[in-house]
Design a binder for this molecule. Structure first.
Ligand code: GDP
Ligand code: K
Ligand code: MG
Length: 263
């Protein structure tokens, strides 16, 4: 059988390494990422050796600054994996889903693994996983690396994962700019398009636009900056936060945690 390669991606301390350890047991390979002293850890699934799982350095965003962030982003933009398992801390979805919005844009299959779910009831947090899955267009699985729960379902889901069904819809004015940008550049990948809008050097090099396309991009970006009264990178950051504020309002309920003392 052919190997299936799954990448564990998420914020630092979301539970990636704990999950890798549970999934692979002692079937682990530890080394370094090429060219950097960042530890690389991967392994084969204990219940099916054709599934290879790669732990990636924890990141908050795909706008890299550190060597760790570069390792993770380069890997995610490579063809070295079949699907992303995005591990998120379910007690802090608003912050963790910021990265998710970017992972979905890449266009490869993404499975959202809500980790730390053992803490939800205690923290009086309720998450509507169906609404979350529907809104993001990706499957959502509840896990707990502490309690070793949900991992069978996670792998079953990852094995049949398809590319995201929808793209996350931002503010109409920003969507209009992206549409114009797409026409001007002939790019249809959301990730590349947004990175070109942001002026990301690596992506600009990869897509290698003509001089007239570069001029068109500058013009579209300038008009957008004038409309939003903000710079290109901040516009994107704000669009993501606005999207997430609405999403979290829709899918999460926090209760007061009133305890009845029955004596
Ligand atoms: P990583 O930075 O994403 O690799 O995260 P780790 O796997 O190192 O986990 C970070 C911390 O969270 C550790 O102290 C883990 O024991 C803890 N942790 C991981 N998963 C869970 C979980 O499902 N529930 C709880 N309560 N703690 C967890
Ligand atoms: K850690
Ligand atoms: Mg780790």
């Amino acid at each position: 059988a052919e190997n299936i390669r799954l990448a564990l991606v998420g914020n630092p301390n979301s539970g990636k390494t704990s999950s890798l350890n549970l999934l692979t047991g002692s079937n682990q390979y530890v080394g370094n990422w090429p060219g950097v002293t960042v530890e690389r850890k991967s392994g084969r699934y204990v219940k099916n050796k054709t599934i290879i799982i790669q732990d990636l350095p924890g990141i908050y965003s795909l706008s890299p600054f550190t060597p760790e962030e570069n390792v993770t982003r380069d890997y995610l933009l490579s063809d070295d994996y079949d699907a992303v398992i995005n591990i998120i801390d379910a007690t802090n979805i608003e912050r963790n889903l910021y990265l998710t919005t970017q992972l979905i844009e890449i266009g490869k299959p993404v499975i959202l693994a809500l980790n730390m779910t053992d803490l939800l009831a205690r923290n009086n947090i309720f998450i509507d996983m169906e609404k979350l899955a529907y809104s993001l267009g990706v499957p959502v699985v509840s896990i707990s690396a502490l309690k070793n729960k949900g991992f069978d379902e996670l792998i079953v889901t990852a094995k049949k994962a398809a590319p995201p069904e929808v793209h996350l819809h931002f503010d109409e004015r920003f969507e209009a700019s992206l549409s114009e940008l797409s026409v001007a550049t002939q790019l249809d990948n959301r990730f590349d398009l947004i990175k070109v809008f942001e002026n990301d050097a690596k992506i600009l090099k990869k897509v290698s636009l003509s001089q007239s396309q570069v001029d068109d991009v500058s013009e579209i970006v300038k008009i957008t900056e004038d409309i939003f009264l903000d710079d290109r990178q901040s516009i994107v950051v704000n669009e993501r936060y606005q999207y997430l504020t609405k999403l979290v309002e829709l899918v999460e309920r926090k209760t007061q945690g009133i305890r009845l003392n029955i004596s």
